[in-house]
Design a binder for this molecule. Structure first.
Ligand code: SF4
Length: 492
């Protein structure tokens, strides 16, 4: 756990030194949040004195890497306020950072809230918070107000930075339901505490939101319009975390290929990558998610030219049928996708390609499905996330005719999975016998005499070693491939 706390932040120390918490909070950010961190800190101490113990918290993340990154920010702020982190839901503050990309994600949250309510009945100091994509849906908020009055705090995806202010209000008015949902990100607030999961690698947001409106997707409605951070802010953050020991970054955005379009001085994603790879001490650069329609020849050139950019590209296909791709509003067809893959492979021969595929989109015929299978055969992905189409209220696809029967979807899903796994195993094994650099991530959970890490193409490798190797890049001979991972030996 690597925490960026405010103790090292001069601006913060200067400000709180002269701060009068009886006065109204400053308007401008991040100072406003610094004010509420201090106010919440004082209130928490009062409550802890009464409780005769430290209060604890747990942030539970549902969904994607964007949510995982937001949860690191939530944890950093709560630790700065003075809460102690625990891994159980029997905590004094439990926050669910929710996802809504599929219907069952919502059902999961409603299901688990019941258990939290019974825990709250046993703990007078317990508070419950909900944030993330699901909270950006109006009908969800109405349901919370009506049937989940025991929830204390509700906020969305655009005001994660505001947690200290919301917790301060919630601690001071424990019987009120604090709801703060913004329809769009009014600003990107930097320089707030963060608690990163790993000390040697980190996600870095480069942009928020999505303008693509694929017809099955709820993300543009809950994450808002694309908003890029400036290159200076991104470079500053990466230099900071590299100085704290990070050697690998994952650049995050719903569609990183359209980075920089809304900046005063537009900068392309390829240009940003060139700037980032110049940072001393940074060894590896990963990024997700790419949209095939915006993946430029310039980006392919940069991926081929700069070795720090990892030879792994996550390139969602969704469907191999040009007819369905049009109905999905994806703005590419089967031919242009395959042509793009050929150009990427020509420039970066050893690249690993992974993808997302939806089965059962409204109107999908057997012919459409066979087009998808054909692309999987032709592209030969190292792995693929395969999803059954999930109707999302408010998306155009939800209103489309010809919803595909469940048994048909199930049959197609099983056939696709079998093909993806067969091809994936064959593809993953192509480096057997070679020596590759592995970034060691942890001691192996099943066998403590082994450590586990990843090659630059993201393949998993286990080899004999101990915890002292964590966070280091080790040359490993790839002895055998076992499906989707390698067993190896460190080369001394
Ligand atoms: S690109 Fe499409 S699938 Fe991806 S987040 Fe945007 S709308 Fe959703």
């Amino acid at each position: 756990m690597k925490r960026y706390s405010m103790r090292a932040n001069e601006k913060y120390q200067e400000l709180i030194a002269g701060m009068d918490l009886t006065k109204p909070a400053p308007e401008n950010e991040p100072f406003r949040q610094y004010y509420f961190i201090e106010r919440a800190k004082n209130k928490l101490k009062e409550i802890e004195a009464e409780a005769g113990r430290k209060l604890t918290f747990n942030v539970i993340t549902f969904g994607c890497q964007m949510n995982a990154r937001d949860s690191e920010k939530l944890r950093g702020i709560l630790e700065e306020i003075g809460y102690v982190r625990v891994e159980t839901e029997e905590a004094d503050l439990v926050i669910y950072n929710t996802c809504t990309v599929r219907d069952n994600a919502n059902k999961k949250v409603y299901g688990r809230l019941g258990k939290l309510q019974s825990l709250k009945r046993q703990n007078p100091y317990m508070q419950i918070g909900l944030c993330g994509c699901m909270m950006q849906e109006e009908q969800v908020i109405e349901k919370m107000k009506k049937s989940y009055r025991f929830v204390n705090l509700i906020f969305g995806t655009h005001n994660i930075y505001k947690l200290a202010e919301l917790v301060s209000r919630s601690l001071e008015q424990p019987d009120q339901m604090v709801i703060d949902i913004q329809q769009s990100a009014d600003q990107v607030v930097e320089e707030l505490p963060v608690d990163r999961k790993y000390s040697f690698k980190s996600g870095v947001n480069i942009m928020y939101g999505c303008n693509n409106f694929c017809t099955y997707c709820i993300v543009p409605y809950v994450r808002g319009r694309e908003k890029s951070r400036t290159p200076e802010e991104i470079l500053c953050e990466i230099r900071q975390i590299v100085s704290e020991g990070v050697v690998e970054v994952m650049l995050l955005g719903q569609n990183v290929n359209s980075y920089g379009k809304n900046l005063e001085k537009p900068v392309s994603f390829a240009e940003l990558l060139v700037m980032i790879q110049e940072i001393e001490g940074l060894e590896r650069i990963r990024f997700m998610t790419s949209h095939p329609k915006d993946l430029s020849p310039e980006l392919i050139e940069v991926m081929a030219k700069y070795p720090k950019i990892c030879p792994h590209q996550h390139l969602p296909l969704q469907s191999g049928s040009s007819r369905l791709l049009q109905k999905m509003n994806r703005h590419y067809d089967k031919e242009s996708y395959l042509d793009l893959v050929d150009r990427i492979r020509a420039a970066v021969p050893d690249i690993s390609l992974t993808t997302d595929i939806i089965v059962g989109f409204p109107g999908e015929t057997e012919e459409d499905f066979l087009e998808t299978m054909d692309v999987v055969e032709k592209v030969r992905y190292d792995s693929a996330f395969t999803f059954i189409y999930s109707k999302r209220t408010g998306t155009p696809a939800a209103a489309m005719e010809d919803q595909v029967p469940e048994d048909v979807i199930k049959d197609r899903f099983d056939r696709l999975l079998a093909l993806v796994q067969k091809v994936g195993r064959e593809q993953t094994a192509r480096f057997t016998g070679q020596t590759k650099k592995v970034l060691v991530e942890q001691v192996n959970e099943q066998d403590p005499s082994l450590v586990t890490g990843r090659m630059d193409n993201n393949s998993v490798v286990h080899f004999p070693g101990d915890a002292s190797l964590i966070g280091t890049l080790v040359d490993v001979h790839l002895d055998e491939c076992h499906g989707f991972y390698y067993m190896g030996t460190a080369v001394r």
